[in-house]
Design a protein around this ligand. Structure first.
Ligand code: EPS
Length: 391
């Protein structure tokens, strides 16, 4: 399988590990670029104290030589700086383990209760350590490899936040790279400055009340040729893959492509993007309600995917729960956490979409050696531009 990856690591354990198999050989892989994405994931108004402790940096330990990928599995690690404060609680060995910080009251909305039952764990810390969104740092590092592969083909992945709590951003023009130039410096990753101010206020208000807030982010992929993905089978449909990938991010409760759920209430003529042709632009659309996907394939317009993140379930004013030891009612477990992590989730969303698009590109253009892939892509682009749709 192309671009197959796995992550390992507990939130307060020694570190995170990722292994990626099926990356083509010959790709110049920059660690600085991976670290830049890791730094972007750490941003956002509403993050908790942990982000002041960590400075996430990837160390590549396999699959790269002299700056180029070898085609062999790539392994990388990210150290948890906080580990030194948890080395007893999270001790790998039985020797030196301390039994403090045991968790017995599950948080509504978190993996604690079902996870402990499923794996027969009497300390819910053993669940929450892996269920923590800390794991997404490893995914962002993997996504940064996919992003560097995609950029070889002129494909770029961006994100922005469109809603936090009750505050929605005005619709932005996101069809060009320039639209996203200032997004990393927005405290909430929002392109609408006025909405960004209100979003910050929404987060501050939630913090004051011991609450948490969720929101919606959008991922936009620019530079894709038509025909990436496939209509010929369910698993080949790129929309399904992207939806599944976004839904696999902790706390994501909904995913949509293009105008998604809003399309359901409109009649067909108000939904579908009419087709135009000109010598200069080839086939093109004047609207993009489909979000760049038709029949599970790219159609040459920007790919637009959105995901909804629920409010983080760890709250300083906890909800009612039950102590699993005594069986008696008790306030849910409290743990240091974020009030809002939607801006960070948007960066994770970029990574997840980048991985799916990279995999589909490798299926279309071959995946052993970057040089072969680039030649196949070039031939395809020429055919698309000159004699599309016929061969
Ligand atoms: C996270 C690290 C965690 C949490 C957060 C994400 O660190 P800590 O538990 O030490 O504060 O801040 O995890 C959650 C929101 C969660 O529900 O588990 C990170 O690196 O992103």
């Amino acid at each position: 399988m192309f671009f197959k990856y796995m992550t390992a690591g507990e939130s307060h354990g020694p570190g995170l590990t990722a292994v990626v198999d099926g990356v083509p050989a010959g790709l110049e892989l920059g660690v600085a670029e991976i670290n830049a994405d890791l730094a972007r994931r750490q941003l956002g108004h509403g993050r908790g104290g942990r982000m002041k402790i960590e400075k996430d940096e990837a160390r590549i330990t396999a699959g790269v030589r002299h700056g180029l990928t070898l085609g062999s599995p790539i392994a990388l690690t990210i150290e948890n700086r906080d580990w030194k404060n948890w080395s007893g609680v999270m001790s790998v060995a039985a020797d030196g383990a301390t039994r403090s910080k045991k968790v017995s009251v599950p948080r509504p909305g978190h993996a604690d209760l079902a996870g402990a039952g499923k794996f027969g764990l009497d300390d819910m810390r053993s669940v929450l350590e892996r269920a923590s969104a800390r794991e997404t740092a490893a995914r962002v590092a993997v996504g940064a490899i996919a992003r560097q592969l995609l950029s070889q083909f002129g494909v770029e992945v961006y994100s922005h936040v469109v809603q936090i709590g009750r505050v929605r951003a005005r619709k932005a023009d996101t069809g060009t790279a320039g639209a996203f130039s200032g997004v990393d410096s927005s405290p909430v990753r929002c392109l609408d400055e006025r909405a960004a101010r209100d979003m910050k206020r929404e987060i501050d208000g939630a913090r004051k009340e011991g609450e948490s807030v969720g929101g919606v982010f959008e991922v936009v992929v620019l530079g894709l040729e038509p025909g990436i993905g496939s209509y010929t089978s369910g698993p080949g449909r790129l929309g399904g893959r992207i939806g599944g990938a976004l839904m696999s991010i902790p706390a994501i409760k909904g995913a949509e492509i293009g105008e998604g759920f809003r399309l359901a209430g409109k009649s067909g003529s108000k939904v579908h993007d009419e087709i135009f042709f000109s010598g200069e632009k080839g086939y093109h659309r004047r609207t993009n309600r489909a979000g760049g996907l038709e029949g599970g394939m790219t159609n040459g317009e920007p790919l637009v995917a959105r995901a909804c993140m629920k409010p983080i379930p760890t709250m300083t004013r906890p909800l009612r729960s039950v102590d699993a030891v005594s069986g008696k009612p008790a306030p849910a477990h409290k743990e240091r956490s974020d009030v809002c992590a939607v801006p960070a989730a948007a960066v994770v969303g970029e990574a997840m979409v980048a991985i799916e698009v990279a995999r589909a590109m490798m299926e279309k253009f071959g995946g052993d050696f970057l040089g072969d892939m680039l030649s196949a892509h070039q031939r395809y682009v020429e055919r698309v531009r000159s004699s599309w749709p016929a061969g």
